[in-house]
Design a protein around this ligand. Structure first.
Ligand code: FAD
Ligand code: NAP
Length: 339
């Protein structure tokens, strides 16, 4: 039953487990309920924060205004075209598409969070990004309350980026996402580790098996957000020009660099690890020993601890490599860092 609640504890609604309270909170299970919630916020002249699974947000305090939790459900197939409600779980969708014999999303297995959040940063893993299978999305404007469709070009997808991460895009609440999947079972095996894992397990190189080995690799390499507070990669891999990359290679011959269009992608995890920061902590927030890009909350970590540790990491990376790392998760109610 749709209700707008007051002073709702958000600790269990964010995978980093930071303490925070929403001034107003509404779990919406349909587009009509979303409209009602947005009308309420408009009438009260309060801000709206949209929350899916809370696996990519950092709460820096209590959240004023209305927090809308997207809980709408529904998946419909028309051949290899699938339309999915924003509140569906991404990983469940991947499994469902594979069960139906539609392929493409297998490399994106086990990414936590909702379908509605997936376009936000054009989720990507193991060499595949959402945009490759994206058709369009439906969204509602939190200011004007209009609904409209966004096609591929209008989403301006980039590397862990889209129109929706920018100021103008933040006005839109994504309600449905449509994807066009493949009927041929010819998965992308190019990313290192996938082929080796298939060979190792003596599995045929089909999409279902790729989903299995990607899930296995992720379980081995990443802390599970259900048992240890984290938001996945805390930093994006920097994209630099070729001159900068050449300088880095000369100074640090073993630095992992990857071609990225006309530019070069640098491994942020390697830089943090080589700067000796794995295991470094501030309060209960720690650079995971398991994975240098992930910050974990080992108990009662606070957003102040997060910010102090991020400052320390960025100071070390900047001094050693001459660059500042861009933060991937979104901060609410406000980011102390430059977006
Ligand atoms: P939330 O954390 O709830 O929200 C994230 C942002 O999206 C917020 O700005 C929020 O306002 C906005 N948002 C959410 N829903 C909507 C909506 N319906 N309309 C408009 N805005 C909305 N990401 C990757 O790309 N690749 C990975 O491999 C990956 N691995 C991860 C592993 C772990 C262990 C964890 C914890 C995270 C990982 N992530 C990864 C990050 C995260 O899973 C994704 O960013 C995911 O899409 C976030 O979904 P969510 O529903 O939890 O979003
Ligand atoms: P990994 O395989 O150890 O690789 C380390 C980094 O090198 C990755 O960041 C990856 O960039 C890059 N890389 C490696 N091989 C590459 C290639 N052939 N071409 C281009 N780039 C290459 O990475 P991992 O940490 O275990 O993660 C595996 C995958 O899951 C990665 O794609 C990663 O992005 C994704 N992941 C994302 C999150 C998140 O929260 N965003 C969390 C966990 C895992 P890319 O990151 O650009 O792929």
């Amino acid at each position: 039953m749709f209700a707008i609640e007051k002073d709702v504890d958000l600790t269990s609604f964010n995978s980093f487990r930071l303490a925070s309270k929403a001034q107003f909170f509404a779990a919406v299970s349909s587009e009509d309920e979303l409209l009602e919630a947005l009308e309420f916020a408009k009438k009260q002249a309060i801000d709206v924060v949209v929350l899916g699974g809370g696996t990519n947000v950092v709460f820096t305090g209590d959240v004023p205004g209305l927090t809308v939790h997207m809980s709408n459900k529904g998946v419909s197939f028309d051949g290899c075209d699938v339309t999915v409600a924003a509140g569906e779980q991404w990983h469940e969708l991947v499994d469902h598409t594979l069960d139906k014999g539609f392929y493409g999303l297998e490399n994106l297995s086990l990414i936590p969070g909702t379908v509605g959040a997936a376009p936000m940063q054009n989720i990507g893993a193991y060499g595949v990004e959402l945009h490759q299978y994206f058709s369009n999305l439906q969204a509602m404007n939190r200011v004007t309350l209009e609904s409209r469709t966004f096609g591929l070009d209008e989403c301006e997808f980039g590397y862990r980026d889209s129109f929706f991460r920018r100021q103008a895009g933040a006005e839109w609440v994504i309600t449905r996402v449509s994807l066009r999947l493949r009927e041929d079972d010819s998965p992308d095996l190019a990313y290192p580790g996938i082929r080796e894992a298939l060979d190792d397990k003596k599995l045929a190189p089909g999409a279902v098996n790729v989903a299995r080995v990607v899930s296995m690799l992720r379980r081995q390499k990443l802390p599970d957000q259900r048992s240890v507070g984290n938001v996945g990669s805390f930093f994006k891999n920097p994209i630099v020009d070729k001159t900068t990359a050449a300088r880095l290679k000369q100074e640090f011959p073993s630095i992992p660099l990857f071609a990225f269009g006309d530019n070069v992608k640098v491994s942020a995890a390697w830089m943090i690890d080589q700067a000796g920061l794995k295991g470094r902590s501030c309060g209960d927030i720690e650079v995971a020993r398991q994975h240098a890009l992930v910050l974990i909350n080992t108990g009662a970590g606070t957003s102040t601890d997060v910010m102090t540790l991020v400052d320390e990491i960025n100071a070390a990376v900047s001094e050693r490599y001459g660059m500042t790392l861009e933060i991937e998760p979104r901060f609410y109610p406000a980011s102390p860092f430059r977006d």
